[in-house]
Design a protein around this ligand. Structure first.
Ligand code: GAR
Length: 215
């Protein structure tokens, strides 16, 4: 059985989608072994607890430096020794203390078509700039914010959507569909990490191109 650790800071809908995918076999032979969170009052942590998933809260405010917090996080993750570490709305920048400890084993999901719009308020920027398309990116994590080798992207046409809530809802639907599939492919060794770029097995070539979601 493969083990997954999810790091969250907020509502935890991606974490829930991943958990459900392990139960349904979309992510085969794997379990969400622990949900770790840096915000004690994050709603996602209560959701995880109510499902019986082990949780750990490590409040970043209890540490003087970013590196001290990251080392504490490294220690907690090492106790689980997961096959993969999944950032699911984890809103702390990770220093090399964390990223180099788990190089090639950490992935992130971000609500934009990277390299466009790293950071925050991606939906607002899409609306303000009247972009024709919007989407999500899944990538291996390195020390660069929302950087690291891209793994997959899903996108929609923005069309008439001028409202942040609707855009966010559609974007999250893509996230909940695509993130579990990519986690499965990585655990099945169909997708793997190299510092030079993501490596796809022949059966996973589909993820090399952006995937269009028709809604
Ligand atoms: C997701 O939309 C995810 O892409 C984003 O935070 C949201 C978390 O939602 N992540 C980032 O912006 C990372 N830079 P969730 O807590 O409901 O899964």
């Amino acid at each position: 059985m493969k083990t997954i650790v999810a790091l969250i800071s907020g509502s935890g809908t991606n974490m829930l989608a991943i958990h459900e995918a392990t139960l349904k076999g979309v992510i085969a032979n794997a379990a969400l072994s622990c949900v770790m969170c840096n915000i004690p009052e994050a709603p996602g942590i209560d959701k995880a607890k109510s499902l019986g998933i082990p949780t750990k809260v490590i409040n970043h405010k209890d540490f003087v430096t970013r590196e001290e917090f990251d080392q504490a996080l490294v220690n907690k993750v090492n106790n689980v020794n997961p096959d993969i570490i999944v950032l699911a709305g984890f809103m702390r920048i990770l220093s090399p203390v964390f990223t180099s400890a788990f190089e090639g084993r950490i992935i992130n999901i971000h609500p934009s078509l990277l390299p466009k719009y790293p950071g925050l308020k991606t939906h607002e920027q899409v609306i303000k700039n009247k972009d024709s398309h919007h989407g999500i990116s899944i990538h291996f994590v390195n020390e660069e914010l929302d950087g690291g080798p891209l793994i997959a992207q899903g996108f929609i046409k923005v069309g008439d959507i001028q409202n942040k809530a609707t855009l966010q809802e559609r974007i999250q639907k893509i996230e909940h569909d695509l993130y579990p599939k990519i986690i499965h492919a990585i655990l099945a060794k169909e997708i793997s990490y190299s510092s030079l770029g993501t490596i796809y097995s022949p059966s996973c070539q589909i993820y090399k191109n952006r995937i269009y979601y028709d809604f």
